[in-house]
Design a protein around this ligand. Structure first.
Ligand SMILES: [Zn+2]
Length: 71
C-alpha cells in the first residue's frame, strides 16, 4: 500500500495511508480528513500534500515520519 504525504493543521508533514474510498482510522471530509497526528499526538484536520510541491528533501523528511497501527 502506497503512503501519501499529508500535512496536519499545525503544519507537520508525515506519510500516511490515504485510502481513496475511506479509511478505518479517519473521518473523511472531502479532501480534508480528521486523523490522529503522529507528531502532535492529537486528532487534527489533515490534508493531502501534492508530492510535486515538495522538494526531495522535504518529501524524504515527511516519509520518515509515519503513523502506525494501520494494516
Ligand atoms: Zn500535527
Amino acid at each position: 500500500m502506497k503512503r501519501t504525504v499529508v500535512e496536519c493543521s499545525q503544519g507537520a508533514r508525515y506519510a500516511t495511508l490515504w485510502w481513496p474510498l475511506g479509511s478505518f482510522n479517519a473521518v473523511r471530509l472531502g479532501g480534508v480528513r480528521i486523523q490522529r497526528c503522529p507528531v502532535h499526538h492529537r486528532w487534527e484536520r489533515t490534508r493531502r500534500v501534492d508530492p510535486a510541491a515538495l522538494s526531495l528533501a522535504e518529501r524524504r523528511a515527511a516519509e520518515s515520519i509515519r503513523d502506525i497501527g494501520i494494516i
